[in-house]
Design a protein. Structure first.
Lengths: 108, 113
């Protein structure tokens, strides 16, 4: 199974950009890279996904390395509401395998 | 926006009871999923369904069954609840392609006494 590796936790200051890294060295050509986040007492929430090119949406940006063995989720201006567990996931069919994720702490 | 609704946020049952967890989605999604989430173990897939009356085992199906009689509804059944099934249960739905996101409900925290 394709696996991802993320730091257990990260801290960032409010109103500063946050770069959340993810390594996926065993990624195959058909795997999509998805990011989800889970706020306290809620189900996971879709953030963004990509295949090869960098992607932007209203929530975040996704930067994908040229060899696709790593990616970075970028929150351009963190707020206290962005404190959550962020999951980087490879998806090749209908199934999703969630890892442990990165717990992001935002400091006021 | 897609809405996935789980019937209960909190549920307390007794060992040996038959427990039903219900999930409804309003976006005509083909795929539906049941996960459980435990501290230190993350989310683990129990069962999923890609069509009405179709089901596939996930990573931890033992002790569970599912039912999908209508496209919008996916039920998780604990045939004889045990204390090790105390957990947070999350339902999700999606379109059937790997570039499509899964949409989650807010979860049911189930306690088996």
């Amino acid at each position: 199974d394709a696996k991802t590796t993320q730091p257990n936790s990260m801290e960032s200051n409010e109103e500063e950009p946050v770069h959340l890294p993810c390594n996926h060295s065993t990624i195959s050509g058909t795997d999509y890279i998805h990011w989800y986040r889970q706020l306290p007492s809620q189900g996971p929430e879709y953030v963004i996904h990509g295949l090869t090119s960098n992607v932007n949406n209203r929530m975040a940006s996704l930067a994908i390395a040229e060899d696709r063995k790593s990616s970075t989720l970028i929150l351009h201006r963190a707020t206290l509401r962005d404190a959550a567990v962020y999951y980087c996931i490879l998806r090749w069919d209908d199934k999703i395998i969630f890892g442990k994720g990165t717990r992001l702490h935002i400091l006021p | 926006d897609v809405k996935v609704t789980q019937s209960s946020r909190y549920l307390v049952k007794r060992t040996g009871e038959k427990v039903f967890l219900e999930c409804v989605q309003d976006m005509d999604h083909e795929n539906m999923f049941w996960y459980r989430q435990d501290p230190g173990l993350g989310l683990r897939l129990i069962y999923f369904s890609y069509d009405v009356k179709m089901k596939e085992k996930g990573d931890i199906p033992e002790g569970y069954s599912v039912s999908r009689e209508k496209k919008e509804r996916f039920s998780l059944i604990l045939e004889s609840a045990s204390t090790n099934q105390t957990s947070m249960y999350l339902c999700a739905s999606s379109l059937p392609y790997s570039n499509q996101p899964q949409h989650f409900g807010d979860g049911t925290r189930l306690s088996i006494l």
